[in-house]
Ligand binder design. Sequence first.
Ligand SMILES: [Zn+2]
Length: 126
Amino acid sequence: MTEAERRKFRGILEAKQAALTGSLCSRDEIAIEKASDTLDAIQLAGEREAAVRNLDRDSNMLRQIGQSLARIADGSYGICQRCDDEISLKRIQALPWAVYCIRCQEKVDALEIPAYDSWHLFTTAA
Ligand SMILES: [Zn+2]
């Protein structure tokens, strides 16, 4: 991967990170909204459930983006975290926050290996 490509992906990742961080913050406001009656409460509960699912997905993506940015900084961006093979540029272009090559991603998905153990430990320890 060239320096120009790395810079381009860093820009994409930072923009995505900012967008996700913004939407996570606005969702916090929805979550603490008080229900005025039962119907509202039911509707809010449903919305909250959907919000939590989205939140989960977005938090995962944010973690992957954070890892990718750290890897751009230390020069290991674009290298699979499991097998040390290069992740194809085509895959990076489609998914700039990918941390695994396609073969490893399939294995991780199939086995449901907790993908971001070290990052998780890092954030909970902080
Ligand atoms: Zn791999």
